[in-house]
Design a protein around this ligand. Structure first.
Ligand SMILES: Cc1cc2nc3c(=O)[nH]c(=O)nc-3n(C[C@H](O)[C@H](O)[C@H](O)COP(=O)(O)OP(=O)(O)OC[C@H]3O[C@@H](n4cnc5c(N)ncnc54)[C@H](O)[C@@H]3O)c2cc1C
Length: 375
């Protein structure tokens, strides 16, 4: 299938079947397992992975165009596509051949679900983490807590980041594939979130949970490199493109509403105030999209600035999304604040993007460090 045909197919899927799923997810407040099956069977979970692993081998910049389309859909659909098309990258760089067969390829093929498990309730994200392991022969014993973990209750494995007890900073951190059904693991489904409804988020408590040392990716001390190394840049760019797609959806909804709503004898599209908001939204989206594609190209070309550009693109895109969804809701007037108006959902979903793959504060920290210390 040509890329153009694949893009058309996904655009039709997003406009048709995905909208039906969106309605069902919002009503039932859960993501049906049949949706996972459908996305897998359609090949949408293996778009970005190499053909050698059974993936469709779509180059990164082209994959982003597809992710942009999925991001116009329900946030839970975008989340599944984004996470499964991305997590293999974190695992693959450090996997042994055996681990590739056991974890990476089955994840790409949708046979196992892997949840990226980094954030902790009692520590900062990254070198501050407190979950720890103690080794006894061929087994680590894991203790500590994680929370906000997407797919954390329904997954088969947690790709979990911890540290060897007694170490500090990045030293001694480990990346482990922890079986979801391990003894000593308490899994609590978190209460409903503001947006991204239907997707489960786990609060996990580990009390001397045994994990085979063979399930460690990379060496002791490389845990954060697995979590944040070569994986983070493309993942940030992907989240930035998700913002572009969601903003496009908000923009389209606003235009459609403004075309039909009449006040004081005129359509909203005839009011300069509304026309200006529409013009600003379109300009905002184009500008952010251009920076996202610039960052993606830099990553594909192996440019040294790719990491900084990924943070810039995430920062810019998420700020853009905030402005665009706010104006789009404003154009809808009060009714936009009510369910089941699609803009109400899009507005809530947009807010989550300011946390995913690092907050704005963290992006600015990365950019400033690169400009002032590393340049
Ligand atoms: C919908 C959703 C899904 C998620 N899914 C996952 C997942 O699958 N896996 C996972 O591991 N995590 C997940 N998260 C967690 C997400 O990655 C974190 O919320 C995010 O990284 C921020 O970390 P925190 O919540 O611990 O905030 P905190 O670190 O507590 O930060 C609180 C505030 O302080 C600021 N801040 C913190 N440290 C600094 C600093 N050093 N300098 C300046 N400002 C700082 C932050 O920017 C923020 O504004 C998810 C979150 C959401 C909302």
């Amino acid at each position: 299938m040509s890329f153009a045909a694949l893009k058309d197919e996904i655009a039709a899927y997003v406009a048709g079947p995905a909208e039906a799923w969106a309605t069902r997810i919002e009503r039932e407040r859960r993501v049906p397992s049949e949706l996972w099956d459908e996305l897998r069977e359609r090949g949408y979970l293996s778009l970005a992975a190499p053909a050698a692993y059974g993936g469709r081998g779509v180059p990164f910049t082209s994959y982003l165009e597809l992710l942009e389309l999925f991001s116009m859909s329900h946030a839970s659909i975008r989340m599944i596509v984004h996470v499964v098309n991305g997590t293999w990258r974190a695992m693959d760089r450090f996997a042994t051949d055996e681990q590739r067969q056991t974890f990476v390829i089955p994840s790409i093929q949708g046979e196992i679900k892997v949840a990226f498990t980094l954030t902790e309730p009692t520590a900062g994200t990254g070198a501050d983490l407190r979950c720890s392991v103690v080794r006894d022969g061929a087994t680590y014993y894991l203790s500590g807590e994680k929370h906000l973990i997407t797919f954390g209750t329904i997954c088969d494995y947690w790709l979990l980041f911890a540290r060897v007890a007694g170490t500090r900073g990045a030293d001694g951190t480990v990346a482990l594939l922890v079986d979801r059904h391990s003894p000593g693991a308490t899994v609590v489904e978190m209460d409903e979130s503001m947006g991204v409804r239907g997707t489960d988020h786990g609060h996990l408590i580990f009390d001397r949970t045994p994990v085979p040392v063979a399930n460690r990716l990379g060496a002791e001390g490389e845990g954060l490199e697995v979590a944040l190394g070569g994986f983070l840049t493309p993942s940030r760019i992907s989240v930035a493109m998700s913002c572009v797609g969601l903003a496009r959806r908000a923009h389209e909804l606003a235009i459609a509403y403004a075309r039909q709503r009449e006040t004081f004898g005129k359509k909203l599209t005839q009011r300069q105030a509304i026309r200006f908001m529409i013009a600003e939204n379109a300009t905002d989206i184009e500008a952010a999209r251009a920076l996202v594609m610039r960052a993606a190209q830099a990553w594909e070309d192996g440019e040294a600035r790719a990491s900084m550009l990924s943070s810039m693109s995430k920062l810019q895109a998420v700020e853009m999304l905030t402005r665009v969804t706010d104006r789009a809701l404003q154009i809808h007037g009060g009714i936009g604040f009510w369910q089941p108006n699609a803009i109400e959902r899009v507005y809530r979903d947009a807010r989550a993007q300011r946390f995913e793959e690092g907050t704005n504060e963290i992006q600015k920290t990365v950019i400033a460090r690169e400009l002032l210390e590393n340049a």
